[in-house]
Design a protein around this ligand. Structure first.
Ligand code: PMP
Length: 305
């Protein structure tokens, strides 16, 4: 089904009709993957629409640009304001924001100093991995594709080119009938999902793979670590071998799009009881409670529109 497009988009400094935010086919980013972007959710809360960790997401946008030596011709405040503006321009009919900065038209060489184009789009994301998955969980597989090796493509940047890896992992998983794919790092140890970080539960404690395992340091991952520690759940960041996916009591993936999605099986082996376990459910309650007001926002993560 074709994605229905919202009416308005923010592009290079102003709100315009969706169809007018065009770029040339010879834009650098289209050929070389030279873009950096973010994915951010807006939730309806009792106090009105709030953007979850808007400033932290856009700080990561600037960090990704720094890694690639790309100048963004706007300030953090201006990009934050553009995010709010595009939600308002679409009458809050959407729930997801996509700021993107990319090397535009202005040179064909790899090291060309092209201008940086910036856009902020918004659309309705809903449940990224499918209806009902937050309750029922998904069946996942370990991909035949590994993540990039250290000092090749920086996993810490959320850059367009990195998502060639994610596409290989996600498309292979879907082709084989799985809900999502999990990638190993070049070390053969666990990395992350195609577009999600991983948490495993052993003896009631949360274990997650470290940033040295070729993963994106997710803002949802960081939020879950904080919520868990606030609730007295132990959190351990550590290297984990593949087979621990089969042996843990509970397993879930997390990300802005995937939120907290339980994994009920990996490679055809049932994980735990084959449904969301108690720690996963507790974290889901704490996380979604931020948006209905049942979890106090003690870290100041909700940024009003
Ligand atoms: N890993 C990858 C590869 C991702 O694309 C994402 C989604 N941005 C994540 C992890 C989760 O990051 P976040 O929680 O910041 O959305």
């Amino acid at each position: 089904m074709a994605q229905p497009y919202p009416e308005k988009i923010w592009h290079n400094g102003s709100i315009k009709p969706w169809a007018e935010a065009t770029t040339h086919v010879m834009a650098h980013a289209l050929h070389y993957g030279s873009s950096v972007f973010e994915g951010i959710r807006c939730y309806q809360t009792p106090e009105g629409p709030a953007i979850f960790r808007l400033s932290d997401h856009n700080r990561r946008l600037f960090a990704s640009a720094k890694i690639y030596d790309m100048a963004i011709p706007y300030s953090l405040d201006e990009i934050n304001a553009a995010c709010r503006e595009v939600l308002r321009a679409n009458d809050f009919s959407t729930d997801y924001l996509r700021p993107v900065a990319f090397r535009g038209l202005g040179g064909f060489g790899l090291s060309a100093d092209t201008p940086t184009d910036v856009a902020v789009a918004t659309w309705k994301m809903g449940q990224y991995l499918g209806a009902g998955v937050l309750e029922e969980g998904i069946d996942a597989c370990v991909s035949s594709w590994q993540r990039f090796a250290p000092n090749t493509i920086p996993a810490g940047a959320k850059a367009g080119g990195n998502y060639l890896s994610g596409q290989l992992v996600a498309r292979e998983a879907r082709r084989l009938g799985f809900g999502e794919g999990i990638a190993l790092a070049s070390t053969g140890l666990l990395s992350e999902g195609a577009g999600e970080n991983l948490f495993l539960v052993f003896d009631g404690a949360l274990h997650t793979t470290p940033v040295s395992a070729a993963l994106l340091n997710g803002i949802t991952r960081n939020s879950i670590i904080a919520l868990a520690r606030d609730a007295g759940i132990e959190v351990i960041e550590r290297d984990l071998p593949r087979e621990y996916l089969y042996l843990c009591e509970e397993l879930f993936m997390c990300g802005t799009a995937a939120e907290i999605t339980p994994i009920r099986s990996v490679d055809g082996r049932q994980v735990g009881a084959g449904r969301a376990g108690p720690v996963t459910q507790q974290l889901q309650r704490l996380f979604f409670g931020l948006f209905d007001g049942t979890t106090p926002d003690r870290h100041g993560w909700l940024e009003p529109v």
